[in-house]
Design a binder for this molecule. Sequence first.
Ligand SMILES: *Cc1c(COP(=O)(O)O)cnc(C)c1O
Length: 231
Amino acid sequence: MSIAENIARIREQMKAAAIAAGRDPESILLCAATKMNDSNAVRAAVAAGVDVCGENRVQELTQKLSEHAYDGAPVHFIGHLQTNKVKQVVGKVALIQSVDSLRLLEAIQKEAARQGIRQEILLEVNIGHEESKSGFSAEEIPGLVEHFDRFPNICLRGLMAIPPISQNSGDNRKFFQKMYTLAVDITTKKVDNVCVDILSMGMSDDFADAIACGSTMIRIGTAIFGQRHYI
Ligand SMILES: *Cc1c(COP(=O)(O)O)cnc(C)c1O
């Protein structure tokens, strides 16, 4: 199956999941997780109408930007970002989805101020309390958001999560539901640079469940590009 055919199939599945949940299919964005796929594959995904491209590694981002691979779709950063690499990402992407520590928030604030811009971000939540994963705990989020005016050069657009790897379909629904509740909770907070309208969750194996639970952006790699070949 071609990238375009895969995307057409995913769009159908997204639509079915949205309608089943009584939601508007247009309210859910498709982000192509492009890691380990080259610029030609990314161009094919953009041509086939993905809403957003999501890149994981700074090196790949820089290379594909220089090759104009993402032209026609906004690019987001979705991988773990080291503080010493923020200069290569801030101002280069429309949204940093994977802000997973206070230290990183502070580094982004500093770099965005230096550039005189306002960087849009999501906070990454370690919703499964996994030792191996970075991210804020769900409990930390409300307090952090209340004091978000500490970061005048950052605009908080919402939350992102990667739930634990599951064995059975449906296993992640409880995490998706927790994320939805948390997102609704912070939406009610009136802080200047907080405008929460994005809930990024759901990947190739569980996006229908994520949509059922309120996701507004799914991030799909394998189901678009095929298996990744780790070297
Ligand atoms: C790779 C990746 C995805 C997509 O995973 P698939 O299971 O291949 O769809 C989504 N989000 C993030 C942060 C990723 O790194």
